[in-house]
Design a protein around this ligand. Structure first.
Ligand SMILES: C[S@@+](CC[C@H](N)C(=O)[O-])C[C@H]1O[C@@H](n2cnc3c(N)ncnc32)[C@H](O)[C@@H]1O
Length: 275
């Protein structure tokens, strides 16, 4: 079935409502390429008809499919490496020291916000296993959230292909933290038990206040308009504990939000501390 109307304004608005991703008409090629097969599947001739169908209450599946179609789930284990070096050499040793001298309980709350298919929260868990002494005696929760249902399903399954493993996992880690399946590699139990996943839209209100010790929110705010991005980082500051730390993507900067965060550089990574 061919799309006869290329007016995608209503679809652009619906995408924005569903996940905050901002597209303008210059992204028409992206819309056409990402939505062609869904239009065929639902036998729609134009985007307006498709939007009407998606807005009907019973069509929650189409709305999920729209989010899956438009989100970019590119990720890899230990992406950019330097944030994990900062975690290993600065953030975790600081928190461990505070625990050893009794200033804080053996408790860690970490949020991988926009975790895609799970490589980020599992990389965090592997680093914790390496660095935190007697890690099983700690109360640890790594929360992975994403708005894309299919990405989350993949994350929860914790099963990765050879190609996915080859992107960031060396032979030693593969041996230590993965179990061989017939064709793939499965995250081992000791890592899996530290991580839990939930579907969450970062543009909706957060449940936690002053709760997380560490937040990784990387390579997602780039898809939002400036107003929404700033608002997101303002709300994230409120979910961090007083000594909590935020890590963003290597190409992202919060220098224009100096009233919210002060920054320090460690291991080539910028760490943001709420003011
Ligand atoms: C490029 S991936 C980044 C994954 C990971 N943080 C990393 O840096 O490797 C961006 C992720 O953001 C998610 N995303 C987009 N809009 C979102 C929203 N409004 N709320 C939560 N997640 C969102 C997408 O589904 C996608 O999985």
């Amino acid at each position: 079935m061919q799309v006869v109307t290329t007016d995608s304004t209503k679809l652009i608005d619906l995408i924005h409502d569903l996940c905050g991703i901002y597209l303008d008409e210059s992204k028409q090629y992206l819309i056409d390429s990402r939505f062609g097969s869904l239009m065929k599947k639902y036998e729609c001739n134009d985007y307006n008809q498709f939007v009407k169908m998606a807005q009907m209450a019973r069509h929650t599946t189409i709305r999920d499919e729209i989010v899956d179609a438009i989100t970019t789930n590119e990720t890899l284990f230990f992406r950019d490496n330097s944030p994990y070096e900062a975690l290993r050499h600065k953030i975790l040793p600081n928190l461990i020291d505070q625990t050893l001298d009794g200033r804080r309980p053996k408790r860690l709350r970490i949020w991988s916000a926009a975790c895609s298919t799970g490589q980020e929260p599992y990389s965090l868990a592997m680093t914790l296993r390496d660095v935190v002494p007697d890690v099983d005696s700690w109360d640890i929760e790594i929360l992975g959230t994403d708005v894309s249902p299919s990405a989350l399903e993949h994350a929860k399954a914790g099963i990765y292909t050879n190609l996915e493993i080859s992107r960031g996992i060396d032979a030693e880690y593969q041996d230590r933290y993965f179990v061989r399946n017939t064709h793939d590699w499965e995250i081992c139990k000791s890592i899996r038990k530290l991580v839990r996943f939930e579907k969450r839209n970062l543009l909706e209100a957060f449940l936690e206040q002053h709760y997380f010790d560490i937040i990784f929110c990387r390579n997602v705010a780039i898809y939002f308009e400036k107003k929404e991005r700033d608002e997101l980082f303002r709300r994230l500051a409120d979910t961090l504990t007083r000594e909590g730390v935020l890590v963003v993507g290597s190409a992202e900067s919060l220098r224009d939000l100096a009233d919210l965060y002060s920054c320090q550089i460690h291991c080539n990574s910028t760490l943001y501390y709420p003011e």
